[in-house]
Ligand binder design. Structure first.
Ligand code: SF4
Length: 884
C-alpha cells in the first residue's frame, strides 16, 4: 500500500466535479498549499483552474459559523432539539410523508448513508432526494434498463485507449477539464485517434474534434437510432455477441428502422448529410469506441431513452467490457456516484437495492433493524418541491445545496420554501438564496474540514481527508444527522462517533445476502479498521473477495445483472422536447457551466482570478438572432419564459446555433439581481427518471434599455438597491459592480456618495449632454472607489482600474488617469482574463501574438505562460490565435 500522507502532506480529493481528482495539501504557518496528487489515478497530479484555486476558498469569510434559529444564535443542543422536535411534531400530526430531506452530491458517502438511513429506515418515508436528480438520474435509469444495475462499465483509461471518442451532450473541456486534458494528451500522442463532438453549440471541447455535429436541440435519440439502423444495414453488428449476450435487440432494431436513412436523419438533426455519413461510417468501422455522455443527454424529458439509444449501439456492436470501448456517463458532482451507492435518490433504497420487490425492502429492514422502513419510493426533486408548495410536505431539511437557485421554476421553489412550516438548512455558507428561506441554519463542515469518502465517475472510491480545524462551531453532516436521529429516539441505530464506523456499515450492507446479484459490492472494505480506513487508497468497485484490488472495467465476461444475465437493448422511439418554441417564445434556452465557476458560486465566487473569466451573467446567441431581435453585443437583454424572467449581458457568438441561446447556470441573488436562469426553466421532467428538461426552454429575448448603465469598483461590497440590474464579483482587493437603472437619481454625486460610508477626497467629471458621470474616492492617496455612469453601455475597460486597488498609494500619473480609466504610461489594458492560472488577459495575448509574431499555443505559452498551467484555457488561446 502506498503511503497515505507523508509528513505535512494530506492526500485528499477535489470537491468540485465528478472527475474526482486527487489533491495533495500541506498546511503551513503561511497558509495551505495545494497541488495535484501525482499518485491519484484520476489526475496524476493535474488540476483544472477550479481545483488549482481551492486554497483561495478556505478562509472563513462568508462561512456559517454558528447554529441559528429564526436568525438568532443558539447552541448546538438547542438547534438539534428544535430540528428533532419540529420534525417529530409534523410526523406525529401528519405522518412520515409530510417531511422530506433534499440532499446533495457535495455530501460525502458517510453523510449520505446516515441521511438516507434516517429518512427511509426510521422516519419511514422515502422523501429524500438529491440534487444529483438534476444531473444524472436519467443515466441511472438507462443503466438499470440496459445492464440490470446502475453501473458505469468503463474507466478513464478506456478514453485514452479508444480509437474513436464520441462526446455527446457535454462541454467536456469545461465540465470535466482534467479528463478532457487526458483525452487531449492521448490524441496528441496518437494523432490517428478520432474525436467526434455532438452538441448544438460549438464549445471549447470542439478544439480537439475531428468532426462537430451541431445537431438540432433534442435530436440526439434520432441520431443514435439512425446510427443503430445504419450499423444493422451495413452489417457492422457483432451478431455473435448480440445473440449470446443481449436481449430485446429485435424490437430495438425495429424501432431504429423508423429513423430512416442518412438523408432523413440529417434532416431531423438539422445537419448536412455528409456529416451524418462521416460519423456513421467512422463509428461502424472503429472497434475501440467510447461514447461519453452527460447533462446534454440526461437533462431532457426523454433523457432515459437518449441514454439507452447510446448504450444500444455499444451493445449491438459488442463494444463494451473491453479496453477502449463502452458507453460512459460522466457525473457532474464530486459524489453523485456515492449518493447512488447509498440510495440518495428517492426511488432507491440503499446499496443498489430499490423498492421494486418486497424482498429487497425486507433485506434492508433486517440489516438496519428498522421495522418502520419505507415501503414505496418517495417524491423526486421536482415533485418534492411541488409537494412543499401545496403544503403536503410541511418540514424539509436541505443539506449542502441551493435549490432556490438550481431547481427548475426556481421562483416558485423559493416561494414554497418561504411558505413552508419548517425549513432546516445545513450549509457551510451563511448567505445563499436558500439559507435566506431557512428557519434553522446548521453550520456544516466545509471541504478541507470534512472526513469521509467520495466516488468519482469511474466508480473509484477516494478519501476526502480533513486538513484544517472546523470553522467556528461547524460540524460534519454525518454528526449533525446522527445527533438529530438520536434525539428522535433512534439512538440504537445511530451510534456513530466517526466516519469509519459508518463506512464499515455501508460496506457490510453492500455484501449482505449479495450472492453476486448486485453489482455494488465493496465487501472487501467492510472489515477495515480505523487506521486502514484512514489509509484507504483510491479503488474502483466492485471490490470484494474476487476482486480485492477493485475492478476497473465491468462486463468483460458478457454477463450482466439482469435476471437472464443478458444486457437489454431498449426499443427507443425518439420524442421531441416537451414544449416547442413558438411565436411568443421563439428561441430555445440551453443552460450549462462555464469554465471557472462551480454550481451557485458559493466557493469559486470567492476567487478573483476565477471571477475574471466572466464578470456577469450572459446570454450567448447567434448574430442572426441578435439581428432579428435587435440585440447588441455587450448590451443588456431581458429573457422571458412562461415561468420567469431574468436580465443578462448579450454575447453574440458564431458558436451558437441560430434559434438557440445559452445562459450559464451559476448566477444567483448573492451575485446578481434578476439573474437566476432556473427561474425560467419549466418543471418538466423525464417521466421515468424525474430529471428536468434544463436544456430546452422556449424563451423570448428582448433588448433591455435602461436609462443608465455603469460600473463601480470599490474596496467593499456596496448595495445599489435602486439599480434594476446589479452584478457583483470579487476582484483582487476590490468588488466590481456592473449596474443599470431605470430611474435617474436627482444628483449623481449624492447617489454615489450615499453608497460609500465616507466619500473621502472626491474627484469628479461630468458631461451632461452625453449623460456621463465619473467619480473617484481616495483616502490618503489610496483608491477607495470609482464610479462610471453612462447613458448606454459605452464604458471604459475595468481591468487597469481594478489593479489600482492593490496599491497603498496612487502615483500622480495614476490619479490623473483615473477618470479617463487609462494608465498614464503604464501597461496597456490586459482585457478579459483568459488564463486563470497565470492571470493573462485577452488583450495581452493578442498584443503578444501581433508584436512577437507568435503562431502556436506553445509559442504563446513560452512567451506569456498562458495555457501552461491547468490547460483549461488552451481552446480559448487557440481561438484567439485563429482570430489574430
Ligand atoms: Fe476538481 Fe477540476 Fe479535477 Fe474536476 S477536473 S475534480 S474540478 S480539479
Amino acid at each position: 500500500m502506498q503511503s497515505v500522507n507523508t509528513p505535512n502532506v494530506t492526500r485528499t480529493t477535489c470537491p468540485y466535479c465528478g472527475v474526482g481528482c486527487g489533491v495533495a495539501a500541506s498546511v503551513t504557518a503561511a497558509g495551505t498549499v495545494l497541488t495535484g496528487d501525482k499518485l491519484h489515478p484520476a489526475n496524476f497530479g493535474h488540476l483544472c483552474s477550479k481545483g488549482a484555486a481551492l486554497a483561495e476558498t478556505l478562509d472563513h469569510d462568508g462561512r456559517l459559523l454558528h447554529p441559528l434559529a429564526n436568525g438568532q444564535r443558539v447552541s448546538w443542543d438547542e438547534a438539534l432539539d428544535q430540528v428533532a422536535h419540529g420534525f417529530g411534531k409534523v410526523i406525529a400530526e401528519h405522518g412520515p410523508d409530510a417531511v422530506a430531506f433534499y440532499v446533495s452530491g457535495q455530501l460525502l458517502t458517510e453523510d449520505y448513508y446516515v441521511a438516507n438511513k434516517l429518512m427511509k429506515g426510521f422516519i419511514g418515508s422515502a422523501n429524500i432526494d438529491t440534487n444529483s436528480r438534476l444531473c444524472m438520474s436519467s443515466a441511472v435509469v438507462a443503466h438499470k434498463r440496459a445492464f440490470g444495475a446502475d453501473v458505469v462499465p468503463v474507466c478513464y483509461e478506456d478514453i485514452e485507449a479508444a480509437d474513436l471518442v464520441v462526446i455527446t451532450g457535454s462541454n467536456y473541456a469545461w465540465a470535466h477539464p482534467v479528463l478532457y486534458q487526458r483525452l487531449a494528451a492521448a490524441k496528441k500522442a496518437r494523432p490517428d485517434m478520432r474525436v467526434v463532438v455532438i452538441d448544438p453549440r460549438r464549445t471549447p471541447t470542439c478544439d480537439i474534434a475531428d468532426l462537430h455535429l451541431a445537431i438540432a436541440p433534442g435530436s440526439d435519440a434520432c441520431l443514435f437510432n439512425g446510427l443503430l439502423n445504419f450499423i444493422r444495414r451495413e452489417d457492422a453488428l457483432d451478431l455473435a455477441y448480440v445473440e449470446t449476450h443481449v436481449e430485446g435487440f429485435a424490437a430495438a432494431f425495429e424501432a431504429a428502422r423508423a429513423a430512416g436513412s442518412i438523408p432523413k436523419v440529417a434532416q431531423v438533426c438539422g445537419i448536412p448529410e455528409a456529416e451524418v455519413s462521416e460519423f456513421f461510417r467512422l463509428f461502424a468501422r472503429t472497434e475501440r469506441a467510447v461514447t461519453i455522455f452527460s447533462q446534454g443527454i440526461n437533462q431532457s424529458s426523454s433523457g432515459v431513452d437518449k441514454g439507452n439509444a447510446i448504450i444500444n449501439v455499444h451493445l449491438a456492436t459488442g463494444r463494451i467490457g473491453h479496453p477502449g470501448m463502452g458507453p460512459f456517463s460522466v457525473t457532474g458532482q464530486p459524489n453523485a456516484m456515492g449518493g447512488r451507492e447509498v440510495g440518495g435518490l428517492a426511488n432507491q433504497l440503499a446499496a443498489h437495492l430499490d423498492f421494486s420487490d418486497a424482498a429487497s425492502i425486507e433485506l434492508v429492514a433486517r440489516f438496519w433493524n428498522a421495522p418502520r422502513i419505507a415501503q414505496a419510493p418517495g417524491l423526486k426533486a421536482v415533485d418534492l418541491f411541488q409537494a412543499i408548495a401545496s403544503g403536503k410536505i410541511k418540514a424539509v431539511w436541505i443539506m449542502g445545496t441551493n435549490p432556490a437557485v438550481s431547481m427548475p421554476d426556481a421562483d416558485r421553489v423559493r416561494a414554497a420554501l418561504l411558505d413552508c412550516e419548517l425549513v432546516v438548512v445545513s450549509d457551510c455558507v451563511q448567505h445563499t438564496d436558500t439559507t435566506a428561506c431557512a428557519d434553522i441554519l446548521l453550520p456544516a463542515a466545509g471541504w478541507g474540514e470534512k472526513d469521509g469518502t467520495v466516488t468519482n465517475s469511474e466508480r473509484r472510491i477516494s478519501r476526502q481527508r480533513s486538513l484544517l480545524a472546523m470553522a467556528g462551531e461547524a460540524r460534519p453532516d454525518w454528526w449533525i444527522i446522527t445527533q438529530v436521529a438520536q434525539r428522535m429516539g433512534f439512538a440504537d441505530a445511530f451510534p456513530y462517533t466517526r466516519p469509519a464506523q459508518i463506512f464499515r456499515e455501508h460496506a457490510s450492507l453492500s455484501s449482505f445476502e449479495n450472492s453476486g446479484t448486485r453489482a455494488f459490492d465493496i465487501s472487501a472494505l467492510a472489515e477495515l479498521d480505523d487506521a486502514e480506513y484512514d489509509a484507504l487508497q483510491p479503488v474502483q468497485w466492485p471490490v470484494n473477495r474476487q476482486a480485492p484490488q477493485g475492478t476497473p472495467r465491468l462486463f468483460d465476461d458478457g454477463h450482466f445483472y439482469t435476471p437472464s444475465g443478458r444486457a437489454r437493448m431498449v426499443a427507443v422511439a425518439p420524442r421531441l422536447p416537451a414544449v416547442a418554441a413558438d411565436k411568443d417564445f421563439p428561441l430555445v434556452l440551453n443552460t450549462g457551466r462555464i469554465r471557472d465557476q462551480w454550481h451557485t458560486m458559493t466557493r469559486t465566487g470567492k476567487v478573483p482570478r476565477l471571477n475574471a473569466q466572466e464578470a456577469e451573467p450572459f446570454v450567448q446567441m447567434h448574430a442572426s438572432d441578435a439581428h432579428v431581435y435587435q440585440l447588441q453585443h455587450g448590451g443588456l437583454a431581458r429573457l422571458t419564459s412562461r415561468n420567469g424572467a431574468m436580465l443578462a449581458r448579450v454575447q453574440v457568438s458564431e458558436d451558437q446555433r441560430p434559434g438557440s441561446v445559452f445562459v450559464p447556470m451559476h448566477w444567483n441573488d448573492a451575485y446578481a439581481r434578476s439573474a437566476r436562469v432556473d427561474a425560467l426553466v419549466a418543471p418538466i421532467t423525464d417521466p421515468i427518471s424525474g430529471q428536468p428538461e434544463s436544456k430546452h426552454t422556449p424563451v423570448r429575448v428582448e433588448p433591455y434599455r435602461p436609462a443608465w448603465q455603469g460600473f463601480v469598483l470599490s474596496r467593499t461590497r456596496l448595495d445599489f438597491m435602486d439599480a434594476s440590474y446589479c452584478a457583483c464579483t470579487q476582484g483582487a482587493g476590490h468588488w466590481r459592480h456592473e449596474l443599470a437603472g431605470d430611474g435617474m437619481p436627482e444628483e449623481w454625486r449624492d447617489w454615489a456618495q450615499a453608497a460609500l460610508e465616507d466619500s473621502g477626497e472626491w474627484l469628479e467629471y461630468r458631461d451632461v449632454s452625453m449623460g456621463r458621470y465619473r467619480a473617484a474616492s481616495l483616502r490618503d492617496g489610496k483608491l477607495e472607489a470609482v464610479f462610471f455612469i453612462a447613458a448606454d453601455q459605452r464604458l471604459p475597460e475595468r481591468e487597469w482600474l481594478g489593479t489600482l486597488f492593490g496599491k497603498e498609494q496612487l502615483e500622480s500619473g495614476e490619479v490623473a488617469g483615473l477618470l479617463a480609466a487609462r494608465p498614464p504610461n503604464g501597461p496597456a489594458d490586459v482585457g478579459r482574463n483568459v488564463c486563470a492560472c497565470f492571470n493573462v488577459g485577452e488583450k495581452t495575448i493578442l498584443n503578444a501574438i501581433h508584436k512577437k509574431e507568435l503562431n502556436s499555443i506553445e509559442a504563446v505559452g513560452a512567451c506569456l505562460k498562458a495555457g501552461t498551467g491547468c490547460g483549461s484555457c488552451v481552446p480559448e488561446i487557440r481561438r484567439i490565435l485563429d482570430r489574430a
